[in-house]
Design a protein. Structure first.
Length: 223
C-alpha cells in the first residue's frame, strides 16, 4: 500500500502554514517527496479565495482586529471562510495524476473523509447538490478550498470540531447566504477530544485514498 505520512503541526499561524505548504507542493511536483498529509489548527483568521466577494466579510476590520482575527488573501479556490482553534484543517499535498484522480473525484473523496469521520461519531453528514462541503441538517460543518497546480494539490478541508461558532457571524461562509454553521461539539453537546478526532480522520483518509497514513515527525519536515 502506498505510503502517505501524516504530520501534525499543532496550532500554527496561517501564513507560516501556507509557506510550508508551498515548499512541500514544489517538492512534490519535483518528485522530491511522497504524498503527505498535514493536520493543523490556526489562530483566528478569515481567508479569501480567488473568487471571494469582499462583501462576504460582514464585520468591520476594526472589530475583527479587536477580536484578534487576521484577514488573509490566499490562492485557493472558493470564497470567504474562517479558521480558528478547535477547527481541524487538513492539507493533503497529493499528486492527483499518480493516484488516478480527477479534480471531481478528488473533491468527492475529501468530502467523503468528512462524511465518514462524522459517521464514526454517530453524526449524519451529507452533501448538498451544487454546494461544496459537508452539511448536517442543512448547517455547514465542513468546508473545502483547493489549489491544484502541476497536478499536485494544496489547501484542503476544514472540519468544525470544537470551533467557537460566533466567528462565522462575521462572514458569509463560502458565500452561502442564510446557511448557518455548526460543529461536532455543538451536535454532541460536549467538547471533542481533538487527538482522538485526528486519529479518526487519519484512518478515514487512508481508507478512502488507499494509503497507509502513518504519523510522521513534524520536525523532519524542512520548513
Amino acid at each position: 500500500m502506498k505510503q502517505c505520512p501524516v504530520y501534525d503541526l499543532g496550532l500554527m499561524e496561517y501564513g507560516r502554514a501556507l509557506v510550508s505548504q508551498e515548499k512541500l507542493h514544489t517538492a512534490r511536483k519535483n518528485g522530491g517527496i511522497p504524498d503527505v498529509l498535514l493536520l493543523v489548527e490556526h489562530p483566528p483568521v478569515i481567508t479569501l479565495g480567488r473568487h471571494a466577494v469582499p462583501g462576504n466579510i460582514v464585520t468591520s476590520l476594526e472589530i475583527l482586529s479587536k477580536e484578534g482575527i487576521t484577514v488573509f488573501h490566499t490562492g485557493r479556490g472558493g470564497d470567504v471562510t474562517f479558521h480558528g482553534p478547535g477547527q481541524l484543517v487538513v492539507y493533503p499535498i497529493l499528486n492527483l495524476n499518480e493516484n488516478g484522480l480527477t479534480v471531481k473525484s478528488y473533491v468527492w473523496r475529501l468530502e467523503e473523509v468528512m462524511v465518514r469521520t462524522l459517521a464514526a461519531l454517530g453524526i449524519k453528514g451529507e452533501r448538498i447538490p451544487d454546494w461544496r462541503g459537508v452539511f448536517v441538517a442543512g448547517k455547514k460543518i465542513g468546508a473545502l478550498g483547493l489549489r491544484i497546480s502541476g497536478g499536485v494539490s494544496m489547501h484542503g478541508l476544514a472540519l468544525n470540531v470544537n470551533t467557537d461558532l460566533k466567528y462565522f457571524n462575521y462572514i458569509v461562509p463560502c458565500g452561502l447566504k442564510g446557511v448557518k454553521s455548526t460543529s461536532i461539539a455543538e451536535l454532541k453537546g460536549q467538547d471533542i477530544d481533538m487527538r482522538a478526532l485526528k486519529e479518526i480522520i487519519r484512518a478515514k483518509f487512508g481508507d478512502i485514498f488507499h494509503f497507509s497514513c502513518q504519523p510522521g515527525e513534524a520536525k523532519d519536515l524542512d520548513f
